[in-house]
Write a protein that binds this ligand. Sequence first.
Ligand SMILES: [Zn+2]
Length: 193
Amino acid sequence: MAILDLKYYGASVLTRPAKPVKRIDRELLKLAQDMLESMYHYHGVGLAAPQVGVSKRMIIVDCGEEYQEEPYILINPEVVSAEGKQFGPEGCLSLPEFFTDVERPDKVVVEAMSLEGKTIRINGQGLLARALLHEIDHLNGVLFTELVSDEEVLANEIPVMKDRIRKILSGELPAVPEYEEDIELEDRVAVEA
Ligand SMILES: [Zn+2]
């Protein structure tokens, strides 16, 4: 397994639709394992293949025991239905340390293929719904900044984030942020996907 480099805001792979997976082969299985390891490494609750530079429709989601018994590795996921509303903080591993409130449906049903090639259906609520929708958006080339209605937040925060990305890419800042307290880490990673 390997830790993969993240693609950040500004990378073209993040703003174009990813291609459907046609075949579950060894290469895809390895990508899934590497994505899983990378997601935990960067303290995310989700990761989409375009975020590691692979334009394929595969996502990983692990919101923890409260939401799921094991990590989801989903191929060609589709939102079957969405209902309700939640409004809360969201973050993205490709948009380092940019957190803001975003409205999402509160409940979703997602259908996808497992690594074994079986069709699976997942009911997600709360954080799990948010993470599934966030990752599926990535497959459509959509970043959560598109859901932010407060123009002022974007105008203020995006330049700061771009500067942070520049520093990460040049090695001035670590790719995995160092937080002062664990408790803060818990709070912040809870929504980063
Ligand atoms: Zn993201």
